[in-house]
Write a protein that binds this ligand. Structure first.
Ligand code: INI
Length: 153
């Protein structure tokens, strides 16, 4: 059987990051985790381009545009939708996730989802560099791997 899998080397990769300003206390940690992960896997910070948008709802449009531009090997989406903070939690959470999937499929480039959807700020903090890891780093490592998977197809 022939197997194709992506390694975790970011050397030479160019990544777009789209991050929301909403809940920036949390999202800043996700950005830090994503950057740290990229560098620790051999990437160069000069090859990262970070675009800020107002909230998670706006992420897919920019992610799709960046992915389709051909300037980036992949796009990493970072945000935090916290149930306690919004009456339209489900709408924002669902639309951003759906939009990210669409951006990836339409562009043919990896677009990874590092948008936290949590019931409380405490849960978000846990996933932004404390006891449940850093989902920004997780989204970056998925992007790195997927870029390498795509090269092997
Ligand atoms: N955007 C978020 O990224 N996280 C949230 O928790 C959130 N809440 O609480 O509403 C949120 N709302 C803003 C939304 O993403 C859009 O920016 C806004 O609706 C304008 O389109």
């Amino acid at each position: 059987m022939k197997k194709i899998e992506g390694n975790l080397t970011a050397q030479g990769q160019k990544m777009g990051i789209v991050a929301s300003r909403f809940n920036d206390f949390i999202v800043d940690r996700l950005i830090g985790g994503a950057e740290d992960c990229f560098v620790r896997h051999g990437g160069n910070t000069d090859d990262l381009t970070l675009v800020y948008v107002p909230g998670a709802f706006e992420i897919p449009l920019v992610a799709q545009q960046m992915a389709e531009s051909g300037k980036y090997d992949a796009v990493v989406c970072l945000g935090a939708v916290i149930r306690g903070a919004t009456p339209h939690f489900d709408m924002v959470a669902n639309e951003s996730a759906k939009g990210i999937a669409t951006a990836s499929l339409k562009s043919g480039r990896p677009v990874t989802n590092g948008i936290l959807t949590t019931d409380s700020i405490e849960q978000a903090i846990e996933r932004a560099g404390t006891k449940a890891g850093n989902k920004g780093a997780d989204a970056m490592i998925s992007a790195i791997e997927m870029v390498n998977v795509m090269k092997g197809l």
